[in-house]
Structure formats: structure tokens, C-alpha cells
Design a protein around this ligand. Structure first.
Ligand SMILES: [Zn+2]
Length: 423
């Protein structure tokens, strides 16, 4: 009998003691894990194209990164909980076409036509803006010091093949300064910021600027961004020179200086569809003159969909028909594009096109850049660059914007403390 009880005692010490220690350790580990959740977005409808998520989920954030995405993460495990039920929880939006080298000169480069990123991005659910060649190899360090390093919004950029960028003067058309090597060197030196090369305005007839921009992009293995103020180049020739992954902005413009993508019979030109099939990407680039319903609607119906919703953000476009990236996305919502397709183009598609797979998704470990959006219903009017209007009944609005885990925009105080209502 004694032998048996000794044996039992031995069993307890061998198994039970470690078991108890293990249990205690697990509880402690769980508690410390739970306390690591800084912000819990609870009850929203998560749309994350990269991870194929389109359903109700909670999103937990820790130390500025996505910590967990799952159904019913307990509210008690987080330092702060925000109820986002009834709202869309999407990766922070990426605006693929902006001019943000703001300064005191006239025009865009270091100028008053550009806008500071934080002045328009957070309030539209945008956590990353991509500057469209407002700087070149000569001016980029100044742009970085003045704007990029001083913005909460992440600022990436296409580097203009023109040395100074997108200045008002004729200097930007000086071919002698369109330097392939210096452009490539600058992009490699600032690889965290620079995502490709941009060809912009050029009034001459030579293909040299376009070819140099394309060569520089090829050297650094990044896309060429074509902002086609190139009246002497035909659209077909431009598209034929573009490689798979290159981006044509102002896709749906209707201006004298570039052939439209839709012909007089309302058909998308076959060479445009062929370019799309080859992998050329089309960005909206709405701006003041770059988006027309008579181009966008037939294109949408015939399968020429934008890959990204770049707004061509600048002082005048933001106060005309464009307004905000969410307004541009709302135009497509009312044209019939589904919400998951819209969100994908505003986030993951845009990220992939600039080879920044780390952005535009809610994968665990990714930076916690998040847009919480509402879809409001009512009577809305949407205006294009020709002052033509379509009516709609739904409109996106940014309720909450989170950048690297911090709330940087909160339209209706979702994260604020409630007070007793004053009557
Ligand atoms: Zn532009």
C-alpha cells in the first residue's frame, strides 16, 4: 500500500507540478499577450483583397502593426476598443497620383499648386500618397526634407525624368538635363521613398524624354508613370512603348492634347484593350481635366477598369469635380462597380503596382494603416471634368483613419469619450 502511495506521490511531483507551472505560465502569457492589443476595431466588415477577406471581423493592433484579424476578439483584452459595426474596415487607401511638393513658388514644384499631404489624406481614409513627379533628381532631396520627412501621411513618389520636376518654366523640357543615370541613382539612393519614374509635360516632337524615362525605370526595375501631357505623341505609340506594369494616368480624359480611349462610336479603341491585356495599368488621374463620364462609363462597361484611383490631387482639382479620392471611388460605386472591387483598387492593387506589397493589406505583422469607411445613402451628384453630372444614392465617407496604429482622423468621434448629451 505504502509503495502505491509513494508511487502516486512520485506521479504528482513528476506530472502535476510541471502541469500547474505550465498552466500558470500560459495564463501569464495570455495576459501579457492580451495587454499587447493597443487598439481593437470591433464588429466592422473587413475587406482585404490580399487576404481574400470580405466579412465581419475584428482587427487588433499592437505596437503600430496588425496583431490579429479574427471573429470575436474579446473586448476585455484590449487597451482601447472602438465599435465600428456597420462600417467597412479596409487597408489604408493609397492615392496613386498626387502633387504634394508644396511651397511658396508658383506652380507645382515647391509651389502653391501642390498640397501638403496631411491637409487632404487622413480625412479621405488615405494613409499613403504617391507624388507624380513633382520633383526630379535635382529637387528630390529638398522635397524630402521639406515635405516627406514632415508628414504623418506616408509619402512615396515617382521621380520626374525632368531634373527639376514639374516646374512652371520651360526648364523642365531641357532634354540635356533628363539624365537616366542621375535619375536611377537617386531612385536607388532613396529606395524607401521612390517607386518609379514619371514622364510629364513635353511639347517637342522627339521621343527622347519618353525613352529616357522608360530606360531609367527599366534600370531600377520600377514602373514608368505616364502623365501624358505629350501633345506630339500619339496615344497608340505611347501605349506601344509601355511595358507590362507601366501606368497610364488620366486614363479617361477628353482633351485636345491626347486622343481619347473611347472612339466616336463609343467603343474602347482596340489598341487600348490590347495594351491592358499586355499588362499596362490604367490610373484615373482625375485632376481638373482628366476624368470624363463619356470615357469612363463606356470603358467600365467594356472592361477597361481603372487599376487605381489616383486623384491628381492639387489645389484646383480638390475644389472642382474631383474633390476627394472617396468622391472618385463613389463615382464608380454609382456606375456599378462592387465595393470589394473598389476597395481593392484603392488599396492592394495600388500597392502591387508600385511594388510595395507591404502596403495595402491587413496581414498580421503589416503596418497598421487602416481606413474605416461608411457608405452613406441619400441624393448625391457627381461631376466630371467637363461639368457633366451623374446622380447617385451612395457615397463613401472616411469615419476613422489609422496610420501606423494611431488614429489620425475621427469624423464622428468614434474613439472619443462619450459625455452626457446637452439638451
Ligand atoms: Zn498630375
Amino acid at each position: 500500500m505504502n509503495k502505491l502511495s509513494n508511487f502516486r506521490r512520485l506521479l504528482s511531483s513528476v506530472f502535476i507540478v510541471p502541469l500547474v507551472i505550465g498552466l500558470l505560465f500560459s495564463v501569464f502569457a495570455f495576459q501579457s499577450k492580451a495587454q499587447d492589443i493597443d487598439l481593437l476595431l470591433k464588429g466592422g466588415h473587413v475587406i482585404d483583397a490580399k487576404n481574400n477577406i470580405d466579412r465581419k471581423m475584428d482587427v487588433a493592433i499592437s505596437a503600430g502593426k496588425i496583431f490579429r484579424v479574427a471573429a470575436d476578439i474579446p473586448a476585455g483584452t484590449a487597451k482601447k476598443v472602438v465599435d465600428v459595426s456597420g462600417l467597412i474596415v479596409a487597408p489604408g487607401l493609397i492615392n496613386m497620383h498626387t502633387h504634394v511638393y508644396a511651397g511658396s513658388n508658383s506652380g507645382f514644384t515647391d509651389g502653391t499648386s501642390s498640397q501638403l499631404p496631411d491637409a487632404f489624406a487622413p480625412r479621405a481614409g488615405i494613409t499613403t500618397v504617391v507624388d507624380a513627379g513633382t520633383s526630379g533628381w535635382r529637387t528630390f532631396p529638398d522635397f524630402k526634407a521639406k515635405v516627406i520627412d514632415n508628414s504623418t501621411t506616408r509619402v512615396l513618389a515617382f521621380l520626374s525624368i525632368a531634373a527639376s520636376g514639374y516646374s512652371n518654366d520651360k526648364a523642365q523640357e531641357n532634354i540635356a538635363e533628363m539624365d537616366v543615370q542621375k535619375t536611377a541613382e537617386t531612385i536607388n539612393k532613396y529606395a524607401d521613398n521612390l517607386v518609379g519614374v514619371r514622364i510629364g509635360r513635353y511639347d517637342g516632337t522627339e521621343w527622347t524624354p519618353f525613352d529616357r524615362a522608360s530606360e531609367a525605370a527599366k534600370l531600377v526595375n520600377k514602373p514608368l508613370f505616364v502623365e501624358c501631357h505629350l501633345p506630339m505623341y500619339s496615344l497608340e505609340d505611347q501605349l506601344n512603348k509601355m511595358r507590362s506594369g507601366d501606368i497610364m494616368t488620366h486614363a479617361f480624359e477628353n482633351v485636345s492634347e491626347r486622343m481619347t480611349v473611347v472612339d466616336e462610336q463609343g467603343k474602347v479603341r482596340p489598341f487600348v484593350l490590347a495594351a491592358q491585356k499586355r499588362g499596362v495599368l490604367f490610373d484615373i488621374g482625375h485632376g481638373g481635366g482628366g476624368f470624363w463620364f463619356n470615357q469612363a462609363v463606356p470603358s467600365f462597361k467594356q472592361g477597361l477598369w481603372p487599376n487605381s484611383f489616383g486623384t491628381d490631387e492639387h489645389r484646383t482639382s480638390m475644389n472642382s469635380g474631383m474633390k476627394t479620392m472617396l468622391n472618385v471611388m463613389s463615382k464608380y460605386l454609382n456606375m456599378g462597380m462592387g465595393i470589394p472591387d473598389i476597395i481593392a483598387r484603392g488599396s492592394w492593387n495600388a500597392a502591387k503596382s508600385i511594388k510595395r506589397d507591404d502596403l495595402g493589406n491587413l496581414s498580421v505583422g503589416s503596418v497598421a494603416d487602416i481606413a474605416v469607411l461608411s457608405v452613406n445613402t441619400g441624393k448625391f451628384g457627381f461631376v466630371d471634368s467637363g461639368n457633366n453630372k451623374i446622380n447617385g444614392d451612395r457615397k463613401f465617407e472616411a469615419e476613422l483613419t489609422v496610420r501606423a496604429g494611431k488614429i489620425i482622423w475621427d469624423l464622428n468621434g468614434l474613439s472619443a469619450k462619450s459625455m452626457v448629451a446637452n439638451k
